[in-house]
Design a protein. Sequence first.
Length: 281
Amino acid sequence: MLHPTNAFRDLDSIKQKVAGKRPVVFLDYDGTLSPIVDVPDHAFMTDAMRSALSELSSKFVTAIVTGRSTEKVYNFVQLDNLVYAGSHGFDIKGTKTRPINCQVADHFRPELEQALHTLTGQTAHITGAELEDNGLAISVHYRHVEPALQNAVEQIVDDYVAYHPGLTKKLGKMVFELRPRVDWDKGRAVMFILSELGLDAEDVVPFYLGDDVSDEDAFSALNGRGLGQGISIIVRDPEAEKVDLPGNLKELPVTKASYSLRDTAEVQQFLTELARLKCAC
């Protein structure tokens, strides 16, 4: 659907789904816990969001699943009791009490390092193009590129991928992502984490909150979960006048999420509500 019901309008129903069960909460970072910003390195959470996240993770298993590298997102969040799945879930690190150490496609690092070096040079003449090293993924940002030159950025990326079949291009909000061409995504990462932590059970209700195209894989994974559907929430304001669209899309894509929240402020409020839930933890 294009505009799912706001989660607060259906909060009683959500609480009923969780009653007597164990919630597990998965969250994207940019656009979910932190607003989308002009400078990627300035995507800081508010103190209030960190406090809400800390309270939530003290009660329920909580994980961040992001396109950022694991190290970068940890430096933003600075909470030790979370599971961090960076590089779109290709690099997963657990906690002391919930240990996980999984680097999917780690052997692609040299190829990604070469891609970062080459593409940095090939886009250097395009003002505003910015490459970000995210470990097992590369982000090619074009938010500050003149609209007339954005197709040129994409063409450079496409040409590179055409000659390097080990990599694939994915779309995001004003960004092209290069990842290893393997059967892995945020949805697979979510299901892996549930399995590794012994949480792939009927009494577990996983939540996933995210705002971008890559989060759709996680929404699909929860919607198709054999043990009962999870609760998928897209962070999207249906009334926003200016919307970042992935790639060359002209309008908002349909989402597989069941609910929505308008922005990071509503995410913070929702996490606070979740932390108040009584459950079978």
